[in-house]
Design a protein around this ligand. Structure first.
Ligand code: FES
Ligand SMILES: [Fe+2]
Length: 444
């Protein structure tokens, strides 16, 4: 359980809150690049409680700016998207991608006022199929994170992201991803295996009382490994990586043995945007899909023009309590993402969970670890005024998740380190990154 003041520290993401400030020290995913058309409609983005617009100008240059016009607050989602910026359709004021007002055409004094007018804007990067932005103090701009799937080359990762808007505070959704014990229940197929309407065989479904074998705080987040009985005297180990500020890397069981990056982006305190992509080393993802059948994460049907699913809390996520739930699916739901949403959106206390009356057990140890890691992040920012080491570790690491068999008595910590948590390598890369950055970045 978590007392109310600690819970408040963890869940609030607005500017000026401990977690909101910590998150603003990292590069954050904003949206998929494919959803931004050069010269097209700006995309509404709600990020850490701020109303923003993402757009690409007619020449392809991207920007993230405040959603509302500095003049009388008209909604810039309707703005004309011109070369050199967005023009408000109310009185024609124009803003460049960096937020500067460059034209006030409706009054004689426009040229004189213009240099003093600005809307909020954030630095952006277009990488790995996503638009990213940095919302923190300019003097603490961190290096851009090279995540494992980005360094593989596009053929080896899924360019089609799953993007689904959920209700509920971000932490509830992260906790779901870090909780290996739910998989054998929530996502189970009653005829064996799992995946709701799908069928995947894995130790995650055959051993439903797994144990945490390795939980470690790291500079980049936390390493979380769960051990299961894999039958025939074998033990199975699944290593998830929690990456600051709010992503989790997860291995997927064979035959579709891809790894995935799953992030739960806080839109505000009560809404979360889920983004998922996967990567595979040995061959291009498309070839793997064709060979084993497409078992990629299923996107639930979305409402037109939005990332909100058609099946949601208002219609019980389409739960089918008839034959389907009696004979086939543990949850009675037909989509893995909807299953996760059903248990994380609206929990005790509402859309922001009250954690003061939980009954935590050993399967919840990873959740405790992740909460503590996030609280430590906020503490460090308050005490030292920067998150230099953390942002650099995320930027320079080569951390991957892993699924493996282990022998009885094997040193699990050592195995995890060599399979995915290469701390030695991390330290070495961190030292290199530090040396490079010392001369480039000033931290107050
Ligand atoms: S409100 Fe945008 S130009 Fe007047
Ligand atoms: Fe799940």
């Amino acid at each position: 359980m978590l007392k109310a003041p600690m819970n408040e520290r963890l869940v609030r993401v607005q500017r000026g809150t401990p977690m909101g400030e910590a998150f603003r020290r990292f590069w954050l995913p904003v949206c998929q690049l494919k959803d931004l058309h050069p010269g097209g409609a700006p995309l509404e983005v709600r990020l850490l409680g701020e109303d923003l617009l993402a757009f690409r100008g007619p020449e392809g240059d991207a920007g993230v700016v405040d959603r509302f016009c500095a003049h009388r607050g008209a909604d810039l989602r309707y703005a004309r998207n011109e070369v050199g910026g967005l023009r408000c359709i109310f009185h024609g004021w124009k803003y460049a991608g960096d937020g500067r007002c460059v034209e006030i055409p409706n009054v004689p004094e426009g040229d004189r006022i213009c240099p003093r007018v600005k809307i909020r804007s954030y630095p952006v990067e277009s990488k790995g199929g996503l638009l990213w932005c940095y919302m923190g103090p300019p003097e603490q701009l961190p290096p851009f994170p090279v995540l494992p799937w980005m360094s593989k080359g596009e053929a080896h990762w899924s360019g089609t992201f799953v993007q689904v808007e959920s209700e509920g505070n971000y932490l509830q959704h992260i906790e779901g991803l870090c909780d290996g014990s739910h998989v054998g229940f929530l996502h189970a197929n009653l005829q064996g295996g799992g995946g709701g309407s799908r069928f995947v065989q894995s130790a995650a479904f055959s051993d439903r009382t797994p144990q945490w074998a390795y939980l470690e705080d790291t500079i980049y987040g936390a390493a979380l490994a769960m051990e299961r009985d894999a039958g025939a005297g074998k033990r199975n180990l699944r290593l998830n990586q929690f990456l600051l500020p709010f992503s989790v890397e997860v291995p997927t069981p064979p035959p579709y043995a891809v790894s995935s990056w799953q992030t739960n982006i806080p839109m505000d305190d009560e809404r979360t945007m889920f983004l998922y992509t996967s990567w595979y080393d040995p061959e291009p993802v498309e070839e793997l899909r064709a060979r084993v059948g497409d078992r990629s994460y299923e996107i639930p049907a979305l409402q037109p023009g939005s990332y909100k699913p058609v099946l949601n809390r208002s219609n019980a996520y389409g739960q089918d309590r008839g034959e389907f739930m009696q004979r086939q699916s543990f949850s009675g739901m037909r989509n893995l993402r909807l299953e996760d949403m059903a248990v994380a959106e609206y929990v005790r206390g509402g859309l922001v969970a009250d954690r003061s009356a939980e009954t935590l057990v050993s399967s919840d140890l990873a959740i405790v670890k992740v909460r503590a890691r996030l609280l430590a992040l906020a503490d460090k920012l308050e005490q030292q005024g920067h998150l230099r080491e953390e942002t650099m570790a995320v930027a320079s690491h080569r951390i991957v998740p892993a699924e493996m068999d282990i022998e009885p008595g094997e040193d699990v910590a050592q195995r995890c380190r060599s399979a995915g948590v290469s701390n030695v390598e991390l330290d070495r890369e961190f030292a290199v990154a530090s040396a490079c950055l010392d001369s480039t970045y000033r931290f107050v």
